[in-house]
Ligand binder design. Structure first.
Ligand SMILES: [Zn+2]
Length: 469
């Protein structure tokens, strides 16, 4: 107990000292916490916290220990075992003067595995080289975890008292089952309940190949991820005695109809804002189509052009595409079954069941059997909140004045999905600014630019103070 009080006092004295010696330049004040973020990045990258390893616990215990050292009281640090992994929740208490619910901050402690023999450098050692930090998790998502943690420590050391609580929730299996996120959103709702969530795992700044910042993305909705299996069956028989009906033929006919089908055009406040703000960056005929679509989603020509581009088709409605096939059991036998896997990214608000009904209708063959794989989770789009977007804009503009801030609908699932599903509006963005050619999350030689760490620290400090005063 005594020791805890002592470190708390020491922490404050240290912070005051830093302020006194570096009154001139704001970035200098943040240096110790930038160093702390880097130290945390280094330490957590070295822990191979992959699915089934049981090592997420080590990350959580280390991070919890850092918060203790920084003077956070024990009752505000919660290590929550969930299955063979854990979640960690840390609260920076405010004085409640704003009369508002807390803000939830989130990142994840687990990583996709990396095989050292496939990498040019050891994936579990943070290595600085050529202006990058290399290592598994350097961008996804130990960067987010480290920067958010160090920022909360900095706020506390500065003696900053937020007008509402800031709650950091670190999940332990974002890359696999998301059981920890589900538990945080439901079982432990009382610990993480918030007016909205800021998730530091996705979005962020895009640099062009010359390293110039061109835009900043905030994901405020996710399409619903759902996978269906469609199965054709047949009595089969000897292949020397072919019959008119055939499981593979039935399945192919159905697939051809699905390929020829387009889901109805849809738009929302979010996708219209996305297209109208992206239009000037893209320019040309695609930019022109974006602008026209934002004004009138019934503009057939604009829709056709956007739907011809894989990177934009998903923002114009639901998409479903066959991704896997299996069928038959011997080369000289008529197939007794043929199965296609169809993966869908469903526009928020449409629903899994309605999408399945639409596919069945398109196929028009009642003899086919359909199965919904796993348990798709549906969530509505989060509103484009003024307070959140203004704070993000100011935080980004502190380093990149005038950079366009673009609300975006993600087509994959992340922790934000689970928060949104229980009614907590969620916004996913990170302090990482990088070129798309440097994006190696989940892949080999994952990296993050060294230059982005101070930018991220500055951004989060600005956003969190703006939203809590
Ligand atoms: Zn991630």
């Amino acid at each position: 107990m005594m020791k805890k009080i002592l470190t708390a006092i020491l922490g404050t004295v240290l912070a005051a000292g830093q302020l006194a010696t570096s009154v001139c330049a704001a970035p200098q004040e943040s240096q110790p916490f930038q160093d702390k973020a880097l130290e945390m990045l280094k330490t957590t990258v070295a822990i191979r916290s992959v699915e089934g390893s049981g090592l997420v616990k080590d990350v959580a215990e280390y991070v919890a220990g850092e918060f203790r050292k920084a003077g956070f009281p024990e009752q505000d640090i919660h290590l929550l075992p969930i299955g063979d992994t854990v979640a960690l929740v840390v609260r920076l208490r405010g004085d409640g003067r704003l009369g508002k619910k807390p803000i939830l901050l989130s990142a994840h402690m687990d990583v996709v595995d990396a095989l050292p023999e496939d990498w040019e450098r050891d994936p579990f050692t943070l290595i600085e080289e050529n202006g990058y930090y290399f290592g598994r998790g350097s961008s996804d998502n130990k960067f987010g975890l480290s920067v958010l943690s160090a920022t909360l420590m900095r706020l506390r050391a500065e003696g900053y008292v937020p007008g509402r609580d800031l709650v950091l929730a670190l999940s332990g299996d974002e890359e696999s089952l998301m059981a920890t996120t589900r538990a945080l959103a439901t079982t432990y709702r009382n610990l993480i309940d918030a007016e909205f969530a800021l998730v530091a795992d996705g979005g962020g700044g895009q640099l062009n190949e010359d390293g110039v910042a061109v835009s900043y993305t905030v994901d405020s909705a996710e399409k619903t991820y759902a996978t269906f299996e469609m199965k054709a069956t047949n009595p089969g028989g000897h292949s020397s005695l072919p019959r008119r009906d055939n499981a593979i033929k039935d399945l192919s006919d159905a697939l051809n109809r699905i390929f020829a089908f387009e889901f109805p055009v849809m738009s929302s406040e979010l996708t219209r804002a996305y297209f109208s703000r992206t239009a000037p960056l893209v320019g040309g005929e695609v930019g022109d189509a974006m602008e026209r679509f934002a004004e009138n989603p019934d503009d057939g020509e604009a829709v056709a052009l956007l739907r011809s581009r894989p990177e934009y088709v998903g923002s114009t409605g639901t998409t479903c595409v066959p991704t896997m096939l299996r069928g038959g059991h011997a080369e000289n036998a008529l197939p007794q079954s043929a199965v296609a896997t169809i993966n869908c990214r469903i526009f928020p608000g449409v629903g899994v069941q309605k999408t399945l009904e639409a596919l069945k209708q398109v196929v028009g063959n009642d003899a086919l059997e359909w199965t919904v794989l796993d348990e798709p989770l549906e969530s509505d789009a989060s509103p484009i909140r003024d307070d959140v977007f203004t704070a993000i804009t100011n935080g980004v503009h502190a380093s990149y004045p005038g950079l366009p801030i673009i609300p975006h609908m993600a087509s994959g699932a992340s922790d934000a999905l689970h928060f949104r599903a229980v009614g907590i509006p969620s916004y996913t963005f990170s302090g990482i600014f990088m070129k798309s050619s440097d994006e190696y999350a989940h892949g080999l030689n994952e990296r993050v630019p060294v230059a982005t760490l101070p930018v991220a620290m500055k951004m989060w400090h600005s956003i969190l103070t703006e939203l809590t005063q």
